[in-house]
Design a protein around this ligand. Structure first.
Ligand SMILES: [Zn+2]
Length: 342
């Protein structure tokens, strides 16, 4: 029997409906199609195809200054050639006095041309698609680059929040198959983020700990939705998983501010995300997925508990999800965790 579950972290209702797996299906689920006439701009030797790099890391995990195709690089960070946020401000976009000039009223609407920042982190010169395909050293060096760029973004005037994500394969929104992560610095805060801030603040005031700490304690008692656990992290399929095989990588300590975690913890996170995505690729025949670093807006980390979210894209949101934001998940998180533990 389906049941309704409430996720306190996102404040969303989800219908867990395992019975839907028995439905007759006429359509083939999300199929990957690759165009063969695209030359990959992220592969070694094609460095000139991207905008000038912001940072380059070598195989020893050192940042190198000069860079071009002659450098034997492991991770490159470049500006997004096709940004989704405004970035063409005619004046210095990070001057606070100028920022206010970009906010305009337009009838009943608010409009803003505040610039954002959009960077791509290319974690390997090799043409592989999944984070799980990376070498261990590549995974660790790319997370070092992520933390560095995240910290740089934190210092930028006018950037409220950073979202690090990876779209792997076309059904997850990727336009190129070469593995790449995106870091977006947003000049506006979404309502989702504002609501989450309020919920977290209220919870800490009432309980003296973060909401995620309570979730973590409960999951550690129940042990039915835990995929794996290490000294630093606990991986769970959340109680109200919105999609099948959704996973949260929850830090057990140093959870207020991702930017300030130490190297040991960051390396552990890199190896764990790689391991989980290898396992996902193997268990579910290399599905499309999104990976996201869920962290509080800058300057509001005191009540927050950052975590990494992995969302496999095995089904499409349809009318109910778009219309009500109530999601239907055909695989219970208990079954998903059991399969991912194997
Ligand atoms: Zn490539």
């Amino acid at each position: 029997m389906p049941d309704f579950r409430f996720d306190p972290i996102s404040a969303r209702w989800v219908a867990i409906a395992s019975n839907r797996l028995a439905r007759p299906m006429e359509f083939v689920p999300l199929k990957e199609t690759l165009s063969s006439d695209i030359v990959c701009p992220f592969c070694k030797g094609r460095e000139s195809e991207t905008p000038t790099q912001l940072e380059v890391w070598d195989h020893q995990g050192q940042r190198v200054e000069a860079a071009g195709s002659d450098i034997d690089w492991s991770t490159r960070v470049v500006p997004n050639k096709f940004p989704s946020f405004p970035s063409d401000a005619p004046m210095d976009p990070f001057d606070t006095k100028v920022l206010s000039d970009f906010i305009q009223d337009f009838g009943p609407y608010d409009q803003s041309r505040r610039p954002g920042v959009q960077e791509l982190i290319i974690p390997t010169p090799r043409h592989v698609s999944s984070f799980g395909d990376l070498e261990k050293s590549e995974a660790m060096i790319s997370w070092a680059a992520i933390q560095t760029r995240f910290s740089v973004m934190k210092e930028k005037n006018g950037i409220e929040h950073a979202m690090l994500f990876m779209n792997c394969r076309s059904a997850a929104g990727a336009s190129l198959s070469h593995a790449h992560l995106q870091l977006i610095g947003s000049p506006v805060l979404s309502q989702l983020m504002k609501d989450r801030l309020c919920r977290n603040q209220r919870y800490v005031e009432e309980h003296g700990k973060t909401l995620m700490q309570s979730v973590l304690e409960w999951e550690q008692q129940q042990r039915t939705r835990i995929v794996t656990e290490t000294e630093d992290f606990c991986v769970v399929c959340p109680f109200a998983s919105r999609v099948a095989y959704q996973m949260w990588v929850i830090p057990k300590h140093s959870f207020h501010d991702f930017a300030s975690i130490d190297r040991e913890m960051r390396d552990a996170l890199a190896l764990l995300t790689r391991k989980l995505l290898r396992r996902l690729d193997r268990s579910l025949d290399r599905p499309a997925y999104n990976l996201m670093l869920q962290a509080a807006p800058f300057g509001a980390t005191d009540n927050d508990h950052w975590y990494v979210e992995i969302m496999p894209r095995l089904t499409l949101p349809a009318g109910l999800e778009w219309g009500t934001d109530i999601w239907i998940n055909p695989v219970s998180p208990e079954d998903a965790a059991k399969r991912l533990r194997r």
